[in-house]
Design a protein around this ligand. Structure first.
Ligand SMILES: [Fe+2]
Ligand SMILES: [Fe+2]
Length: 181
């Protein structure tokens, strides 16, 4: 019979599970950045680029915490990027991804608290706050498209996705409350 994993290993496992979903989100949003730029939705493309950069920051924060705990950060995304969706489907799919992230990270936060690892718990708290900002943004876009349709979409056409500062979406909105760094 395998030994029961200790608290530290349980926390490393939830950190790595989160890292795998961040890696998948990076690939998903980068691919949408290119597809939306290709369809001339420059504003959306730029936003997806910045959100992908937020997810990269999350993946690195998780890896750093895993290393401090003596684990090995995974390099495997937990699913492939879905491609060639119409713009409204993209936004609905992304809102769903963010909703799942908020739910999973809230659970992970509790696992870390139960494992008496307050720094990992705090990290998940920050991730929940930032994924919630992403979720609100995708839901706003869905609301605008459903309400205004092509009139709204026309306002998102054009504007280069290249050359803008690459600090991430949350930073471009003034940052998350209680950010660690
Ligand atoms: Fe993330
Ligand atoms: Fe996100």
């Amino acid at each position: 019979m395998a030994a029961k994993p200790d608290n530290k290993q349980i926390v490393i496992n939830v950190l790595n599970k989160a890292r795998a979903s961040e890696l998948a989100a990076i690939l998903q949003y980068m691919s949408q950045h290119y597809e939306l730029a290709d369809s001339d939705y420059g504003q959306f493309a730029q936003q997806l680029k910045l959100i992908a950069i937020d997810e990269m920051r999350h993946a690195e924060m998780l890896a750093e915490r895993i290393l401090i705990l003596g684990g090995t950060p995974t390099s495997q995304p937990d699913m492939p990027a879905k491609k060639k969706m119409p713009v409204l489907e993209i936004m609905k799919y992304d809102a769903e991804l963010e909703e799942i992230a908020v739910r999973d990270y809230n659970e992970a936060h509790q696992v870390c608290r139960d494992g008496r690892d307050s720094l990992s718990a705090k990290l998940f708290e920050q991730l929940v706050t930032e994924e919630q900002i992403h979720l609100d943004h995708f839901q706003d876009i869905i609301g605008h498209i459903e309400e205004l349709g092509s009139a709204y979409l026309a306002t998102q056409v054009g504007g280069a996705a290249e050359g803008a500062p690459a600090r991430g979406f949350v930073a471009s909105q003034g940052g998350a409350p209680n950010a660690q760094a």
